[in-house]
Design a protein around this ligand. Structure first.
Ligand SMILES: *Cc1c(COP(=O)(O)O)cnc(C)c1O
Length: 391
């Protein structure tokens, strides 16, 4: 049967060129980057080169980028670290209701430790209002953390405006840019951002590696004590293969950036328009323009996301309802609640995220398979019968 993967915001396959660059670091180039003999020095050299390759793309200094085990670790380090470093200056943190759980759950933990957190509302398209950020600032505010692109509904947040407000008030600004890397140009010499989180496996790199950008001059406590790796900030033998793969993935993303984005947007629009045309009572979540190039998020009234996913899976199509981390729970996602969708609509949500291996044929296949699935599920739905009966 045909297999169509449309869950690129959950994870991406490792590109062949990325894998090829990684392989020698598991075998002949296995050296520990802390060792002084030649295989060790070579590993260190390749790792430094990888860091430079990434920071050149992001327009920051190599000393400002720390490798981590992924996006979640980078978020945890940034938020807990700033909270601890600036505790004597205040105890207030501002974030939004639609952050990834790697941000929200950290904020909840900090609340138990005496921090005060403002979770800003978003509008119906998922935008955080910079004016609301400014209005929430108190003399206790030490950190603002708002994501760059939302992983569920694809909304691109106004982080330049938010960062400028943070600067004006001398508050540290962190943004989770996991979904932005490779999908937006990122120029840290221009962006008013102090800390930024990244993950390799969302950009065709390996799982288990990511990075935290920490602007020069920002004080952040060490994450892991031990050896001298990552300039003593995050001890532990480096994941050299992963780091080299991450660098290759970032290189590929930005070498073919315009092409990648244009291609995705064209397919995304065809998929969205096709679904709106063929399935009644469908609504698109998020903004149609300020949107992740590969994100399609729709809600079908009267039915359940879980049953849509199971039916799609039977046809070889992989998608998600809510975010991967929340599927399995019956509550509609915090993001859909925050954009004001009622339980009835939010339950019938479907996220299809496309990427570099998606083809026009894949889009055709989904447009052919999905309408009859929705039709069949609706005919089985008591809610649908009630609604239609009332008309
Ligand atoms: C995937 C994701 C993360 C987590 O990254 P990991 O590398 O899987 O830990 C964090 N934030 C966002 C927005 C994500 O999409």
């Amino acid at each position: 049967m045909r297999q169509v993967y449309m869950d690129y915001s959950a994870t991406t396959p490792v590109k062949e060129e990325v894998l090829q660059e990684m392989i020698p670091y598991f075998t002949e180039k296995f050296g520990n980057a802390s060792s002084i003999y030649s295989t060790g020095r070579q590993a260190k050299h390749e790792m430094d080169a990888a860091r430079k390759r990434i920071t050149d793309r992001l327009h920051c200094a190599p000393e400002e980028l720390y490798f981590t085990s992924g996006g979640s670790e980078a978020d945890n380090w940034a938020i807990k670290g700033i909270a601890k470093a600036r505790r004597s200056k205040g105890n207030h943190i501002i974030t939004s209701k639609i952050e990834h759980h790697a941000v929200l759950h950290v904020c909840e933990t900090l609340e138990k430790e005496g921090f005060d957190v403002t979770y800003l509302d978003v509008d119906a398209k998922g935008f955080v209002d910079p004016k609301a950020v400014e209005a929430a600032i108190t003399d206790q505010t030490i950190l603002i953390t708002v994501m760059y692109i939302n992983n569920e509904i694809g909304t691109i947040e106004p982080i330049v405006e938010i960062g400028e407000i943070a600067r004006k008030h001398q508050i540290v600004f962190h943004t989770d840019a996991v979904q932005a890397l490779g999908n937006l140009p990122i120029d840290l010499s221009q962006l008013p951002v102090d800390l930024m989180s990244f993950s390799a496996h969302k950009v065709y790199g390996p799982k288990g590696v990511g990075a935290l950008y920490v602007r020069k001059g920002i004080r952040l406590p060490n994450l892991i004590e031990g050896g001298a790796q990552e300039r003593r900030r995050r001890a532990g033998t480096e994941n050299v293969a992963g780091i080299v793969g991450f660098a290759k993935a970032v290189d590929l993303a930005y070498d073919h950036f315009d092409e990648h984005v244009e291609r995705l947007i064209a397919m995304r629009e065809r998929l969205i328009e096709g679904l709106l045309d063929s399935i009644p009572d469908t609504r698109v979540s998020g903004d149609r323009k300020q949107r992740h190039p590969g994100n399609v998020h729709v809600c079908f009234k009267y039915i359940e996301g879980e049953s849509i996913l199971l039916s799609l899976d039977m046809m070889g199509i992989a998608g998600s309802s809510g975010s991967a981390c929340t599927s399995g729970s019956l509550d509609p996602s915090h993001v859909l609640m925050a954009i004001g969708l009622g339980h009835d609509i939010a339950h019938g949500s479907l996220r299809l995220t496309i990427g570099d291996f998606t083809t026009e044929d894949d889009i055709d296949y989904v447009l052919e398979q999905l309408p009859p699935i929705i039709d069949r599920l609706r005919r089985m739905s008591p809610l649908y019968e009630q609604a239609k009966g009332a008309e």
